[in-house]
Design a protein around this ligand. Structure first.
Ligand code: 15L
Length: 274
């Protein structure tokens, strides 16, 4: 029975995933800076600050595979991103290597490529176009993952997660929604598939309006079941409540792109009006 470590267990995705994983991985060690408020008596938890390498090594002891959801999951100050995602991300891979962990699934994000316009369909091999410091940290994490795969033989899977949740929340999320069960499938591919060396997949369900070419994930057996269009009415009703955001509505990263934006607005075309 493989021992799996999940970092970020108290965060948004971790909170949901730690309920879905035990039937598949009964030996599941949860970690975060602070324990989840509703930690069950049958759950194993070890606290760790990812910015401290020794603490990372302690949670990697005896572990076969890691699902790394830890770190900052939205835009933050440079110091927040530096400690949690840059130093923390590096420490996690280094600790995994030192402790002989075989596989890491790294929660990357669509914000690593958020400045691609929505009319541009992209694969996982495009030049990064991060839409903030958070996005930069995800590009960094993918690069560190590639290094440890190529140089040290760690089997690494990076998931550029769109928007995780029970349903798509607005028009943008109809293109990038990720159903929890589909994320479980992607984690299992990363933790179990024999042909993984270094892969990047989009963490997206079966979204008709997808901007992403996710064929690599399908080649590894990914068969998403979440259909964003089943929630179209709800998502569009929520969209109608939002203020127009010329920058955010143009780019894939949405409001992450308009946040602090003072770039070249003439590059922004409303394709719906052409
Ligand atoms: C992310 O990477 C964030 O973690 C999440 O909170 C959402 O904002 C998501 O992206 C998104 O793009 O909707």
């Amino acid at each position: 029975m493989p021992r799996i470590l999940m970092t970020g267990a108290s965060g948004g995705i971790g909170t949901s995933l730690r309920k879905l994983l035990p039937p598949i991985y009964p030996d599941l060690l949860l970690s975060d800076i602070k324990p989840p408020a509703d930690l069950g008596a049958n759950e194993q938890f070890k606290a760790a600050d990812l910015a401290d390498l020794a603490q990372c090594e302690a949670i990697c002891e005896g572990v076969d595979g890691i699902i790394h959801f830890g770190g900052y999951s939205v835009e933050g100050t440079w110091d927040q991103i530096l400690q949690a995602n840059i130093i923390g991300g590096y420490n996690l891979f280094e600790a995994a290597y030192r402790k002989g962990v075989k596989r890491v699934v790294f929660a990357s994000s669509n914000h690593a490529v958020g400045f691609y316009p929505r009319h541009h369909r992209i694969g996982t091999d495009v030049t990064p176009r991060p839409d903030g410091r958070y996005g930069v940290s995800k590009v960094f994490g993918e690069a560190v993952g590639a290094l440890y795969a190529d140089k040290h033989g760690l089997k690494v899977t990076c998931l550029r997660i769109g928007n995780f949740g029970d349903m798509p929340l607005d028009q943008r999320r109809l293109s990038i929604w990720l159903k929890p069960d589909d994320l479980v499938q992607l984690c299992r591919i990363g933790l179990e598939h024999p042909d993984i060396h270094f892969e990047v997949f989009y963490g997206a369900s079966l979204n008709e309006r997808a901007w992403w070419d996710n064929h690599r994930a399908y080649e590894f057996g990914y068969r998403p079941t979440g259909r964003a269009e089943d929630f179209r009415e709800h998502a569009m009703a929520e969209q109608a409540k939002l203020k127009p955001d010329p920058v955010g509505d143009h780019y894939q990263g949405g409001a992450f792109c308009s946040n602090e934006f003072d770039g070249d607005a003439s590059r922004i075309i409303d394709w719906n009006k052409r």
